[in-house]
Ligand binder design. Structure first.
Ligand code: GTP
Length: 205
């Protein structure tokens, strides 16, 4: 990386037909760490329109391996459904697995959770903060896709704050409390009490 190389760079795009609809996949790189991220766009919009977006952090276990320990896979599916139903929208899929600690550390954290730690205590026991994610590339991705105003699908106020601090114009929030299972209720309760996530308490009883 030379001093002239931008930190974040758009690399290429291609059609991506999915079970939910025909998306386009846009590939980006973070030159500071070599990390590769993608955006999926659906439909067309006016640059001043409010575009529904989901900013989703990688969860191999939930997104690809059908885990019910978390709500990630359910949210990913619901976000794609919502976007297609709306007629246009964007999914930013960030490769920051395990809230930024990586896959193997997430498995270590799961091992601790199997022994009774909660999701925050497990991270801390391993020497990490509860949430190490960095959303900086999102602004570049949205600018590249001509998205200036967003309706964000999330339950996480910290994500909203981080994106706002980056200059993303968040017009509204759409809750995405989908995928509550007996296997993930304790995890989601901890996210509510310790990480500030917004869930209807009745849904987590
Ligand atoms: N360290 C750790 N990471 C986890 C655990 N369970 C899920 N994750 C990760 O948590 C992240 C969840 O990301 P998101 O679904 O984008 O966001 P969120 O912070 O839950 O907020 P929402 O937008 O409301 O879904 C993913 O990177 C998962 O891999 C866990 O027990 N420990």
């Amino acid at each position: 990386m030379t001093s002239n190389t931008p930190k974040f760079e758009f690399i290429s795009q291609a059609k991506l037909p999915t079970r939910y609809g025909d998306f386009t996949i846009h590939g980006f790189i973070d030159h500071s760490n070599g990390q590769e991220h993608v955006a999926l766009s659906y439909g067309n919009w006016d640059p001043i329109a409010t575009v529904p977006i989901r900013v989703h952090s990688e969860c191999l276990t939930g997104d690809a391996l059908f885990s019910t320990r978390c709500d990630c896979g359910f949210q990913l599916e619901r976000a794609l459904e919502n976007i297609v139903e709306h007629g246009y929208g964007v999914l930013l899929y960030l490769r920051q697995e395990g809230r930024g600690i990586g896959l193997l550390n997430k498995i270590r954290a799961y091992n601790l959770q199997d022994q009774g730690y909660d999701t925050v205590e497990a991270n801390e026991h391993l020497g990490f903060d509860a949430d190490l994610r960095d959303y900086a590339i999102c602004k570049v991705m949205l600018d590249t896709l001509y998205v200036s105003n967003v309706e964000i699908m999330t339950n996480n106020p910290q994500k909203i704050q981080a994106l706002t601090d980056l200059g993303v114009n968040i017009i509204s929030r759409r809750p995405i409390d989908h995928g509550i299972t007996e296997d993930n209720k304790v995890y989601l309760r901890t996210k509510t009490t310790k990480l500030g996530h917004k869930f209807n308490p009745d849904s987590l009883k």
